[in-house]
Structure formats: C-alpha cells, structure tokens
Design a protein around this ligand. Structure first.
Ligand SMILES: [Zn+2]
Length: 82
C-alpha cells in the first residue's frame, strides 16, 4: 500500500497517509482541519516498488508494507551483517 504525502495549506503540517490507490485523497488536515493538498511522492522511499534492494542499507525493502521478507523474497540476515 503506497504512502501519500500531504501538506496542509493552513498550518503547513506535512504528513504521510498510507492508503489504497483507489481511496479518495484526504481533504482535511488531521491537526487543524484545514485544507490539504497531496504532494507528488518522490523521495523517502514512499513508493519503491520495482527498485529492488537499492536502499537496503538505509531501511528494509519491505518498509512500505510488502511481505517479501516473510515470503522469502529477501534475506533478513543481510541487515545484521553490516
Ligand atoms: Zn493543518
């Protein structure tokens, strides 16, 4: 499930929300109730599908909610050897 990044137009709070692509975008800031806009996700590995283990040293490849480690798609031991 991808994480979308939002920016509040009212209080400038920036936050991420995990939701399905089919879910409607958030309209209200959870902090102040002001209008928010959804940012185009580009960094922080929010959407890393298809990029293999490029950021394996920074974070597990399954941080976005995938099940590859549990399913044997990657080696969890590689993180403890570094
Ligand atoms: Zn706000």
């Amino acid at each position: 499930m991808p994480a979308y990044e939002y920016l509040c137009n009212s209080c400038a709070k920036r936050f991420e929300k995990r939701q399905k692509m089919s879910d409607a975008a958030l309209l209200e800031c959870p902090a102040c109730g002001g209008p928010v806009k959804r940012l185009i996700s580009g960094g922080a590995g929010a959407i890393t599908k298809g990029t293999s283990h490029q950021h394996a040293d920074a974070m597990p490849p399954c941080a976005s909610g995938g099940a590859c480690c549990g399913g044997g798609g990657c080696d969890p031991g590689m993180f403890s050897k570094n």
